[in-house]
Write a protein that binds this ligand. Structure first.
Ligand code: AMP
Length: 297
């Protein structure tokens, strides 16, 4: 991970958290901070916050003078049969958690797409890094993500933004997008935060029934097994993928995909691994879709 950038201001007191509900007041707040010489860190989320999100906020606080967290369940990144309506929403509890870790501003817009007038018709598309994994499993997902993140970057105007590597492909896609479009923000990745039982923290875990949560543990277990096998010298892609699939399916989760991709291109690795790669899994425990991954390097 890159070293935290130096803060420009060291004399900040900790202001109480501002809650901003529309884009104009958000932009004005950020610009006022910058006019005071402060750098702005940003953590975009869909809310229902857990310790994984809060780790991102804490990291942003190390890298910038003030931190904005956004909470917006973005409709355009959900497919027609996905869980947009069931996605957990708990703004008051989230605001308390953010205050608890000293976040400076919460951007919780009521809507970010035009409600009246002509329909929204402008999209940001990262073409190649989105061809595999969640890009192929969830058509249109990344177009929704990159479009909303571009809108958020244009509203918040952050100096640095923190993304979690639980959504590894997302972090890579956003980094490619900011590079390609010269968006002046440093995008930093944070390691996956896990529960004590190993399950990657996720807002969707709240929707797991107790039995489904137990079966979901097969996902981190299989991933840890693969990491260990790789460390002991196993390089055959087929062998690793097959064993991970068998271990997960034997416990009950329905696999959406298990893939080992080149870290450079995110295209499927073939034969034997000779370069850094990522093992990524998406699987359903009950009707809850979970993702997890590990770097093999
Ligand atoms: P979400 O609210 O699920 O859209 O996630 C918002 C941000 O938090 C994204 O950058 C995620 O990758 C990150 N995030 C979610 N869960 C975790 C986790 N368990 N560990 C690290 N980052 C996470």
């Amino acid at each position: 991970m890159a070293k935290p950038r130096k803060k420009r201001s060291s004399t900040l007191t900790s202001p109480s958290m501002q809650i901003l509900r529309d884009k104009d007041s958000m932009r004005a707040w950020s610009r006022a901070q910058k006019a005071l010489g402060r750098t702005v860190g940003f953590v975009p989320t869909m809310g229902s916050l857990h310790a994984g999100h809060l780790a991102l906020v804490k990291e942003a606080k190390k890298r910038a003078d003030v931190v904005v967290t956004s909470i917006y369940v973005n409709p355009t990144q959900f497919g027609p049969n996905e869980d947009f309506t069931e996605y957990p929403r708990m703004l008051d509890a989230d605001a308390k958690k953010l205050t608890g870790v000293g976040c400076h501003a919460l951007f919780a817009p009521r809507d970010l797409y035009a409600r009246s007038g002509p329909p929204h018709e402008t999209w940001v598309d990262v073409t190649d890094l989105t061809q595999t994994l969640c890009g192929s499993a969830r058509p249109g997902h990344f177009r929704g993500v990159t479009t909303i993140v571009t809108k958020l970057f244009l509203i918040v105007e952050p100096d640095v933004a923190i993304f979690g590597d639980k959504d590894y492909q997302q972090r890579r896609v956003i980094q490619r997008m900011t590079r390609d479009l010269d968006i002046p923000v440093e995008v930093v990745g944070m390691p996956i935060q896990r529960d004590t039982d190993g399950l990657a923290l996720s807002s969707r875990n709240a929707r797991l029934l107790p039995d489904d949560r137990l079966m979901a543990l097969a996902i981190p277990r299989a991933i840890a097994w693969a990491q260990d096998a790789f460390a002991k010298g196993e390089r055959r892609v087929k062998v690793l993928k097959k064993a991970v699939r068998e271990q997960i399916e034997a416990s009950g989760p329905r696999v959406d995909y298990i893939e080992i991709v080149s870290d450079a291109t995110l295209l499927p690795a073939k034969g034997k691994l000779t370069k850094p790669a990522v093992l990524a899994v998406a699987a359903y425990a009950g009707d809850v879709r979970l993702i997890d991954n590990v770097e093999l390097r």
